[in-house]
Design a protein. Structure first.
Length: 187
C-alpha cells in the first residue's frame, strides 16, 4: 500500500468516537509510526526491554503515559517516541487518530498514526527498548494474519489478537491497535 492509497482510505473513514473509558484510567498515547520504503509503507515496532516492570520483552509501539507538561496526547506520543527510539518530533507528521482503548494495566491509550519523513537513524534507549524492527504495512493490515482468541481473565472475557511475523508474536494492546486499524482500513 502506498501513502496516497492509505490517505485516501483514511479520509473516507467516518470518525469513531472513543468508547466510555473508566474515569480512573491514566491517559496515554502511542505512535503508530510508518516509514516509506521501496516496496510500500513499513510499520516500525519495538521490543520493550526485558527488565521493565510493565510488559517486559513485549512488542510495542513507542509511547506511554501522558505528562502534565504535554500539550496534547499527540505531543505525548511524540515525546515518548523521542525518549524511546530517538525519533525527532519534527520528522513525524500526523495521519490519523485511532479510537482510544482501555488496557488491562489501567491506561486509556490513544493511538496516533504518523508518517516519518526520510530515513532517520533511530537511537534506542536501552532502559526502555531492546530492539526496533520493521514490518510491511500490507502484511499487518491483512486480517488473514490476525489470530483472535477469547480468554477469561480476572472474571471477564477478553478478545486477544496475535499476529506472527518472522518468528515474533505481536499481541496485547499493540496487536489490538493494529487489528482496529486494519478493520477500519478494510471497510
Amino acid at each position: 500500500m502506498t501513502l496516497d492509497e492509505l490517505k485516501t482510505r483514511i479520509n473516507l473513514l467516518p470518525p469513531q468516537a472513543d468508547p466510555h473509558l473508566p474515569d480512573h484510567a491514566y491517559p496515554a498515547a502511542v505512535l503508530v509510526p510508518l516509514l516509506k520504503a521501496e516496496q510500500g509503507l513499513e510499520l516500525v515496532l519495538t521490543r520493550r526491554s526485558r527488565h521493565l516492570r510493565q510488559h517486559p520483552g513485549q512488542v510495542s509501539f513507542p509511547g506511554g503515559r501522558a505528562d502534565s507538561t504535554d500539550a496534547s496526547l499527540w505531543h505525548t506520543a511524540l515525546r515518548e517516541s523521542w525518549e524511546e527510539i530517538g525519533l525527532a518530533p519534527e520528522l513525524c507528521r500526523p495521519l490519523a487518530r485511532l479510537r482510544a482503548q482501555h488496557t488491562i494495566s489501567g491506561f486509556a491509550l490513544t493511538p496516533f498514526v504518523g508518517v516519518i519523513e526520510g530515513q532517520p537513524e533511530f537511537i534506542l534507549n536501552p532502559a526502555e527498548v531492546e530492539e526496533l524492527f520493521r514490518v510491511p504495512l500490507d502484511y499487518v493490515l491483512d486480517l488473514r494474519h490476525h489470530h483472535l482468541f477469547t480468554l477469561r481473565r480476572q472474571g471477564r472475557w477478553h478478545r486477544v489478537v496475535f499476529i506472527r511475523w518472522h518468528g515474533v508474536w505481536i499481541w496485547g494492546i499493540t496487536a489490538a491497535v493494529i487489528h482496529q486499524f486494519a478493520r477500519q482500513i478494510a471497510r
